[in-house]
Design a binder for this molecule. Structure first.
Ligand SMILES: Nc1ncnc2c1ncn2[C@@H]1O[C@H](COP(=O)(O)OP(=O)(O)O)[C@@H](O)[C@H]1O
Ligand SMILES: [Mg+2]
Length: 635
């Protein structure tokens, strides 16, 4: 690596200013990016308590001599750029020369490095920005940074750090992102002495995605590739049928850097136009290569935002190429069946350096009825994830068991996957005839006239015509039922004689285990089965006809969001919405007059704003007065 120099004043002024050290994950990001720039092919990250207590990053890169090491910790000291022209053509992860200075100013910092074994290594220690020790040491070629007590001298910033488990999740996600962008490097992450990630070098991109997200995600993805002088890309995208309810599974890399780029995102979404259901999102893992002059990473100090010189062209290339791939015609050109159906897992095991991964929180690999031990003690408290009612008030025994024989139905995984939208059976929605007639006897403010287009109920009120969206109405009713059951601790559950097996990405497995008690309260009994597999033994009775795997995935997406927002009430409401949607009757279902009347009566009993939980109106009312005016009966 070229010599470290202090940047000129005029160049410093051109660099996006700002603080980069916000939390443990940002320290890890800066140090790992330095290791990547130093050409390391092994990077080991070790953290304690989510990185709040200590962070160490060890690499086998080029290392530094004593002179460079002493300069590197100064502000604006870098070996990566030196002229204004360099700033327009960045091909390293770093270039600002600020990270080491910023980190060492707010921690107890140790740097040990060696660039030539004959010369020997060098070590320095800094506490809160002051050099307290330097010495020659024995050390192999490479560099190790150790950061302890982050923000010990800036209590205001220390307060902004979240619980150890939240900080750990951020570091974990970050290492995954860095590993995806650099398949040639081996990454290890060790947390509290447990190796949680060990990603071998030399994987291809699909193998890496599979390693990081599991086959449940990777198995669904199709490969795409395009080369032209201006832009080339390779990646993995989901077919429209495998879309997800959140944007969690979208990763974009430009020139190996993980970025957020609206142009690229829009281009990809444009390709899916008309193929996606409302509120569903594609999964994509996209590597875009642009000439360094074509993009500007000097937008924000964290360098995840980029500006591109020709957004229209990038947008057009991506949307054209991907939409052709998605519309069956050109599929063969991109789709490589061998790779898709192969088992990268097996290949991966043979690779050197690949060791089985222990996520720390995983219990025995046999199904167990005991709750899974969380990764951290009191993890839910640390995450602010404290239920409104103490756990002891939710004894399992109090749950209503709801298991007439015909309802103990196995829900094999394949079936669930093939039929992503199964909805409630009509008897369960409307009750039997006897029940319906009971409803008829009850006072009803609305009288059904008929059904429009198999989705709207027409009815008359005293002075009005009403139109009701049958799915939205039933969803609203279900939502209130679920909410009432949940808070009155009477969530009826349905034990499954044949458990549903579910494979989850490791990130979701971790979430599931961290929030085990919430799952229990919601009526799910889920055990870790080994590896990325989970067995679902009991589900809320209201979901007996729903696609359970789909509901669980959607709830996990909500949980991932929750980890960031921290509002428990909002989180549970989101879950109830999902459950309500999956258990409600759908549009395009013919209903009898009795059934429609029953639905309206139940709706009338709710005494609520008539909006479905997603905020769409359930009912539109047109007064007779309004009709009279429109027919010019009155003026
Ligand atoms: N792991 C490492 N191996 C070799 N050199 C390193 C390493 N980390 C940092 N350096 C050197 O220290 C300099 C300063 O690092 P940093 O403050 O992160 O700024 P930047 O990465 O923007 O140049 C780098 O330019 C590089 O020369
Ligand atoms: Mg750097």
């Amino acid at each position: 690596m070229p010599k470290v120099k202090i940047l000129s004043e005029s160049l410093i002024n051109k660099i996006a200013a700002g603080e980069v050290v916000e939390r443990p994950a940002s320290v890890v990001k800066e140090l790992v990016e330095n290791a990547i720039d130093a050409q390391a092919d092994q990077i080991f990250v070790t953290i304690k308590n989510g990185g709040k207590d200590s962070i160490s990053v060890l690499d086998n890169g080029c290392g530094m001599n004593a002179e460079d090491a002493k300069l590197a910790i100064e502000r604006h000291a870098t070996s990566k750029i030196s002229t204004h022209e360099d700033l327009d053509c960045i091909n390293t992860m770093g270039f600002r020369g600020e990270a080491l200075a910023a980190i060492s100013a707010v921690s107890r910092f140790e740097l040990t490095t060696c660039c030539d074994e004959k010369e020997g290594g060098f070590q320095l220690r800094i506490a809160g920005g002051k050099l307290i020790h330097q010495a020659k040491v024995g050390f192999p070629v490479g560099t190790r940074f150790t950061i302890e007590n982050l923000f010990f001298n800036t209590p205001a910033r220390q307060k902004f750090m979240k619980s150890a488990s939240t900080e750990y999740n951020h570091v974990y996600d970050l290492v995954i992102r860095l590993a995806l962008g650099h398949p040639n490097i081996q990454f290890r992450l060790t947390h509290n002495k447990t190796m949680v990630l060990n990603i071998p070098k030399g994987q291809d991109f699909r193998q890496r995605v599979e390693h990081c997200f599991g086959n449940e995600i990777a198995g669904d993805l199709i490969e795409c590739e395009h080369k032209e002088s201006y832009l080339s890309f390779t990646g993995l995208i989901s077919p429209p049928s495998k879309s997800r309810a959140s944007k969690r599974w979208q990763h974009t890399f430009v020139n190996e850097r993980y970025v957020k780029c609206n142009t690229i995102n829009h281009g990809i979404y444009e390709a899916y136009k008309t193929l996606l259901m409302k509120n569903m999102h594609p999964m994509f893992f996209m590597n875009v290569t642009l000439m360094p002059q074509e993009l500007d990473v000097n937008v924000h100090p964290a360098k995840t935002e980029i500006r591109v010189k020709n957004p229209t062209l990038i947008h057009t290339i991506l949307s054209d190429q991907l939409s052709r791939l998605l519309r069956a015609g050109d599929r063969k050109q991109f789709f490589q069946p061998g790779k898709v159906s192969g088992s990268p897992k097996q290949a991966e095991r043979k690779l050197e350096g690949a060791a089985p991964v222990n996520r720390g929180s995983v219990t025995a690999s046999v199904p167990s009825s005991k709750p899974v031990v969380p990764l951290f003690e009191n993890v839910n408290e640390q995450m602010g994830f404290v239920p409104p009612i103490a756990q002891s008030q939710f004894p399992q025994k109090n749950k209503k068991k709801f298991s007439p024989p015909e309802m103990v139905a196995p829900l094999p995984r394949e079936q669930a996957v093939e039929n992503p939208f199964s909805f409630a059976k009509r008897e369960d929605v409307f009750g039997d005839d006897k029940e319906t007639s009971h409803f008829e006897q009850a006072y009803s403010p609305y009288q059904v006239i008929g059904q429009l287009q198999k989705k709207y109920i027409l009815a008359q009120g005293e002075e009005s015509l009403i139109l009701v969206d049958q799915h939205a109405a039933h969803e609203r009713i279900r939502f209130e039922e679920i909410r009432k059951e949940f808070y009155s601790q009477s969530m009826a559950t349905l034990p499954l004689m044949i458990p549903i097996m579910l494979e989850l990405p490791p990130q979701d497995g971790l979430l599931l285990e961290q929030h085990q008690d919430s799952w229990e309260k919601l009526g799910f009994t889920i055990d870790h089965f080994g590896g990325n597999d989970y067995s679902i033994k009991e589900v809320p009775a209201i979901l007996k006809d729903a696609d359970i795997s789909q509901v669980i995935r959607q709830v996990l997406d909500e949980m991932a969001q929750f980890g960031k927002s921290g509002k428990l009430e909002i989180f549970y409401n989101e879950v109830f919405e999902r459950m309500a949607c999956h258990s409600a009757i759908r549009a395009a279902q013919i209903l009898s007059i009795k059934e429609m009347q029953s639905l309206l009566n139940q709706l009338a009993g709710l005494d609520l704003d008539l909006y479905c939980p997603h905020g769409r109106p359930v009912l539109i009312e047109i007064s007779v007065n309004e009709l009279d005016k429109r027919f010019r009966r009155i003026l």
